[in-house]
Design a protein around this ligand. Sequence first.
Ligand SMILES: C[S@@+](CC[C@H](N)C(=O)[O-])C[C@H]1O[C@@H](n2cnc3c(N)ncnc32)[C@H](O)[C@@H]1O
Length: 201
Amino acid sequence: MLDYNSESADYDRTRGGVPRAQAAASALDQLLPARSVILDLATGTGIVAAQLEALGHRVIGFDTSVGMLAHAAGRLPGRVMRADAAALPVTDGSVDVVTAIWLLHLLTDAEPVLTEVARVLRPGGLFLTTVDKHAASHAPQGMSEDSPRADGCARLTAVGARHHLHLAAATSFVGYGQARSGGAEPRYPILGFRLQAGSSG
Ligand SMILES: C[S@@+](CC[C@H](N)C(=O)[O-])C[C@H]1O[C@@H](n2cnc3c(N)ncnc32)[C@H](O)[C@@H]1O
């Protein structure tokens, strides 16, 4: 995984800046109840979270990188915290919405994060996450696009079901600024999983 502490100063500029963040936030917004309170895993610099707030939602951001969180703190004052997405300092069944944009593709196994999401969501709550990021943005050199990925749609759907997280919605956003060598800007899929009502995760 990249060292996001040293990446933090250049992150927004090299990841499509506000246009990419606006596109991601509006795609999420299509699947969200109005004025949701959202727990954003891997919030990074908070650039997507800030756009969600501009759309009327309230966001609490978690990330493991102090460097990324230093930027997020300016965008979500008093509402960022250093925490691993697989070990959240959050009470069971207390959250309506969890988001994770561009997190799961970084992990070797997404299941610990899905387990934790299922624990913190209230029954009926929603988990929105990007899937198949590498396939969308063209596989990096030496990695085949069809090799198993932690954020693979089929795998996430199967793992989610084990934790009572069932596929409920899908959308996508344009990755402005993410085109490679003159190609088209990629479109990144987002899936929505709902925690089965009557489940305690
Ligand atoms: C590609 S950035 C995405 C940031 C933001 N969601 C966005 O779309 O701009 C990935 C972020 O995941 C964070 N991260 C990586 N592993 C994590 C983990 N286990 N728990 C929480 N954050 C993590 C990194 O520090 C980094 O800020």
